[in-house]
Design a binder for this molecule. Structure first.
Ligand SMILES: [Zn+2]
Length: 590
């Protein structure tokens, strides 16, 4: 169990620190209007706010972890709310800083950075504000734009209300006699049913329910897209895509290259569906045949075994990494088992820079539990290495990089499990698991990315979009990705409404990063395996870089150009290699 006393000895100490930070906020105000005076003044202002955000990060971490231990306890929920209030108070106290830094101009800023060595650790952040200065509007316009954010959040709020609470979910009775209510959780479970008729019944009932509201949900989604386009145009970006990617200085070509490469790789995806069809023993494969396991394993991985296997699988990352992860996994950083009221899922929280990362797991003894453990520790080690190598200001990294560290660990684990498997069945099981995760993270997320691009471009061209039209666009993508025309998998028209079920679409241009990350991870895993110490050190340098530069630039320094097809081809190659191996094993078997 994690030890939160390493953050604060108790709630009272946390509250005292919260009040201390609150009373320190007015200390920022005297700097207003002085940032251009000289380099020393700018440094003092930057150090002041940096120290505050670091303290806020630690306070937030404590409140948030405490709250997640048991969501039914009201006190920690209140603590979390107090932190939301304090963070927003902080935001208001420093809101004048970005425009004032932007107004300094490039030359003056560079002069200051040169004159004052203390500004080195702030340089990346300061230059980034300069970079985006052309998209900062007048005070009045900024204030109006800030006021629209609550209005623009409307579609997502309405969608959550409907999809989490009020949509009337159907129930289906499975062949076993068990009746299941098909809400989102029930659907995720029931779609894995081994009985094929059950799966079809589940799909038809679930998507039938969404379909009844598809025009209403279409209006919600289109309003959300219109909000994205409005925000982008207000800030003088050519497109909503450009506005979204600008935050991390990701070139449009990354998105375009991803989509193009995924399409070029579709024959590999179709090969997977044929293999899946063969393993499931089906005459034809349909969309509802994607989720049941192709192969079963009753191997159990209790936590001690999970830890041992993960540590062994990290050997290719070198003695330093292994020593650090061995030590860290032996300490009280993680909340491991599911308990009553605890938050579902798994995450790593890097918020307390001076302490260490914390991990929330809900460990179960399956391969999935083992893989999640390796994934989340990949995140934690990323932060450990970045925090050691970088000052606080440059340690934090965006999602674009984050999922590389976690999925690379998953791949190293999977490769090790395959290599060490004692029986053909075990080997096939692990290989099948990897394939399924590559399908879901690379191809499916890229298909989502393509949908978002199409809907935003339609609105940008001034076209009208209804629920019917959205379903038609999505159905078209489903058919293309799943090889409907090639006779690989026939897609029923009803499943074109699946877009209505994907909550991520209300956060535009976000999910593509899962696909880019897993591609980069496949590329690095290949480098680590084929280039020895040089490949490994090159990869570790990316982790150690933290957020010291923009993500695409950090990867470029490691020799990986995300605007080119290479990283995506590495992922497709990996899928093909795995299928070669599986087909070989299957041939031996018979
Ligand atoms: Zn992750």
């Amino acid at each position: 169990m994690w030890d939160l006393t390493q953050l604060y000895p108790d709630d009272a100490a946390w509250d005292a620190e919260r009040l201390a930070v609150k009373s320190a906020l007015p200390g920022v105000k005297p700097f207003k209007g002085t940032l251009g005076t000289d380099a020393a003044t700018l440094l003092r202002a930057m150090d002041t706010t940096s120290a505050l955000t670091k303290r806020l990060g630690r306070l937030n971490t404590y409140a948030s972890l405490k709250a997640d231990e048991n969501l039914k306890n009201t006190k920690p929920q209140e603590m979390r709310q107090l932190m939301q209030a304090l963070s927003s108070e902080y935001g208001q106290a420093v809101s004048w800083m970005r425009p004032e830094i932007a107004a300094l101009g490039k030359d003056k800023l560079e002069e200051f950075i040169k004159a004052e060595p203390g500004l080195a650790k702030h340089a990346f952040g300061l230059r980034d504000i300069q970079r985006l200065a052309a998209h900062v509007l007048s005070d009045e316009a900024e204030s109006i734009l800030a006021g629209t954010s609550v209005v623009r959040a409307g579609p997502n709020a309405i969608y959550s209300q409907l999809s989490n609470a009020e949509l009337p979910w159907p129930t289906v009775t499975l062949a076993t006699g068990k009746t299941i209510r098909l809400d989102s959780q029930g659907y995720t479970e029931a779609r894995q049913a081994t009985n094929r008729d059950d799966r079809k019944r589940v799909f038809d009932a679930f998507f039938g329910a969404w379909n009844q509201y598809h025009n209403t949900i279409g209006q919600m989604y289109v309003s959300s897209v219109r909000g994205d386009v409005f925000g982008a145009r207000s800030r003088k970006y050519p497109t909503a895509l450009a506005a979204s990617l600008a935050a991390n200085d990701v070139p449009d070509d990354v998105y375009k290259s991803l989509v193009k490469s995924a399409n070029d790789g579709l024959p590999t995806l179709h090969r997977y569906f044929k293999l899946r069809q063969r393993l499931l023993g089906l005459k034809e494969i349909r969309y509802y045949d994607i989720y049941p396991p192709m192969l079963k394993s009753d191997r159990k991985f209790p936590i001690e075994r999970t830890r041992e296997l993960t540590l062994a699988a990290m050997q290719p990352l070198g003695p330093d990494y292994v020593a650090k992860i061995t030590k860290a996994t032996g300490e009280r950083w993680a909340n491991i088992y599911p308990t009553e009221g605890k938050r579902a899922g798994a995450y790593m929280n890097p918020g307390a820079y001076d302490v260490h990362p914390y991990l929330l797991l809900n460990h179960h003894d399956t391969y999935d539990g083992l893989s999640t453990y390796a994934h989340e520790w990949g995140h934690a080690m990323h932060s450990v290495l970045a925090n050691e190598a970088q000052p606080y200001e440059n340690a934090g990294y965006p999602l674009f990089l984050a999922e590389i560290a976690s999925t690379c660990n998953e791949m190293l684990l999977a490769d090790r499990m395959v290599a060490d498997a004692k029986t053909k069945d075990d080997k096939l099981f692990y290989l099948g698991q990897i394939l399924e995760s590559l399908r879901g993270t690379f191809f499916r997320q890229t298909m989502f990315a393509e949908f978002e691009l199409k809907t935003h471009e339609a609105i940008e061209r001034g076209e009208a979009l209804s629920g019917d039209k959205l379903s038609a666009i999505y159905l078209d993508l489903l058919k293309r990705y799943h090889g409907d025309r090639e006779g690989v998998m026939k897609i029923d028209d009803l499943y074109g409404v699946e877009w209505a079920f994907i909550p991520h679409f209300y956060r535009a241009y976000y999910v593509y990063q899962y696909a880019t990350s897993i591609s980069a991870a496949a590329w690095f895993a290949e480098q680590i395996q084929t280039k020895g110490d040089a490949g490994r050190d090159n990869y570790l340098a990316v982790l150690k870089a933290g957020g010291s530069d923009h993500p695409v630039a950090i990867l470029q320094k490691a020799g990986l150009d995300m605007t080119k097809p290479e990283p995506y081809q590495a992922l497709v190659r990996r899928m093909d290699r795995i299928m070669d191996e599986m087909e070989k094993l299957l041939a031996e078997k018979n």
